[in-house]
Design a protein around this ligand. Structure first.
Ligand SMILES: [Zn+2]
Ligand SMILES: [Zn+2]
Length: 449
């Protein structure tokens, strides 16, 4: 049960937490996604019933099962790993856990979790590490899932839940929860500019001025050119590399980013008949089939594996994963990073510290392991590495617009999640200057409504 009202532990970020009343009906507890990107688990509790908004895990395997709260139900905003990859642990903690989310999220989540099992199986052979969860546990998540259409209201005990389009990736949703005449709205990841299918956030359909508005803040300290200019820039970086006779390698994420990159390159492939354009990724094919059925890319070769001699020919290769720490990207990166005739283009603004890409950018060399001897060796980076910040998230201006659209009376408590401290501080200051009451909870902070 909730502890009585205390002010939020806010450490270095000091946004005040005002008391709304001496009594509370819903307790909100931040088990993840607080001052961090990903790992999102926000538990709402009402007289002993718990509903968790998203159920992510960290990318690394270092989390202990005790870090995963036992909950009665989960409302999933979207199927990116940082929002769903803990779901098998939710089932392990309570095998009766119910899951709610859109049907597209259900299908993509199923694919993602099964893929994690396969990755573990492959990598465990080499490292001897323990499997995160089994295929049965992954399937149990799909079976516990009640698909909910956008705009439809579904009830779970005292909670009423609605999902509205978030424009971030196919199936992504803003989650609106009502309980005891209070409304708590959570954006999930959100993109005001919309996804490749043309879906944009359904802000107008949300209840105005919820008691609590929980908003992501990934790029809360960045302003970007609009989507059109960024995409033009990306295409021109690819074409410059081609004009200078380079082969091109583009590592990208499996949902939305790789489809967008493929779509952009399909538009220019015809201008470069002496180049072959490959999208090589089993995940890309699976996700495209689930969520981008109308996406036709006749000028690209969509394959599960690359031809053996791809790097001996004029090729543009797009693969997963986005940070070259898995999938086909891992082996392509190893093969081309030390070659002057290659340009590597990262279609992402965010690069995690423990990725080979980050090592290449920071050190100018990358450490690999020799498969036959097990010994490590260094390769000097000779390929050009370029970055273009294509993004499926709103920037600071977009996030402020979203807050102003949903909370026009400025009575809501605005809660920042899914962002690092610098991003939350900048966005928080901007919102405060406009008269908003802003909180940036730390891990395990509680808020009563
Ligand atoms: Zn996320
Ligand atoms: Zn996301």
């Amino acid at each position: 049960m909730c502890r009585p009202e205390t002010s939020l532990r806010t450490n270095r970020i000091t946004f005040k937490c005002p008391m709304v009343s001496n009594t509370f009906v819903v307790c909100i507890r931040f088990h993840g996604g607080a001052r961090q990107v990903g790992n999102v688990k926000i538990v709402l509790e009402h007289f002993g019933t718990t509903l968790c908004l998203d159920y992510g895990a960290l990318h690394s395997r270092s989390q202990n099962i005790s870090e995963f709260p036992k909950v009665d139900a989960v409302a999933v905003s979207h199927a990116h790993a940082d929002h769903i990859s803990g779901l098998p642990y939710a089932m392990r903690q309570n095998d009766g856990t119910k899951v709610f989310g859109t049907e597209t999220s259900r299908k993509i989540t199923g694919h993602q979790l099964e893929d994690l099992v396969k990755i573990d199986e492959r990598e465990n052979k080499a490292s001897g590490a323990k499997q995160r969860f089994s295929l049965e546990e992954a399937l149990a998540v799909k079976n516990a899932w009640t698909p909910v259409n956008y705009g439809e209201e579904v009830a779970y005990k005292d909670f009423k839940i609605r999902f509205l389009n978030a424009g971030h990736i196919p199936g992504s949703a803003i989650t609106e929860v009502s309980c005891d005449n209070k409304t708590i709205t959570y954006t999930g990841d959100i993109n005001l500019e919309g996804d490749l299918n043309g879906d944009v956030p359904a802000l107008a359909a949300l209840k105005k001025d919820p008691e609590v508005f929980i908003i992501e803040s990934t790029y809360g300290n960045e302003t970007r050119d609009d989507k059109h200019s960024t995409e033009e820039k990306f295409v021109s970086v690819v074409e410059e590399a081609i004009k200078s006779g380079k082969k091109v390698f583009i590592p990208a994420f499996a949902i939305e980013r790789i489809q967008r990159v493929a779509y952009l390159l399909d538009g220019i492939a015809g201008r470069h008949p002496d180049y072959e354009f490959y999208v090589a990724s089993p995940s890309y094919l699976a996700i495209k089939d689930i969520a981008y059925r109308d996406l036709k890319l006749p000028n690209l070769k969509e394959v599960k594996t690359l031809p053996k001699d791809y790097d001996g020919r004029n090729t543009v290769v797009i693969t997963t994963s986005g940070f070259c720490n898995g999938g086909i990207s891992k082996s392509v990166f190893r093969r081309v990073v030390g070659r002057k005739d290659y340009t590597i283009i990262l279609p992402s603004g965010y690069v995690p510290n423990d990725s080979p890409i980050k090592e290449a950018l920071d050190k100018g060399s990358v450490t690999f392991t020799d498969y036959s001897t097990g010994e490590s060796f260094e390769k000097t980076v000779k390929a050009d590495i370029k970055r273009v910040k294509l993004s499926a998230h709103s920037d600071m201006n977009g996030l402020v617009k979203i807050v102003e659209a949903v909370c026009p009376s400025k009575t809501s408590r605005i809660v920042l999640v899914h962002g690092e401290e610098a991003a939350q501080t900048r966005l928080g200051e901007e919102l405060k200057s406009r008269g908003y009451n802003v909180l940036a909870p730390a891990l395990r902070d509680e808020l009563q409504v």
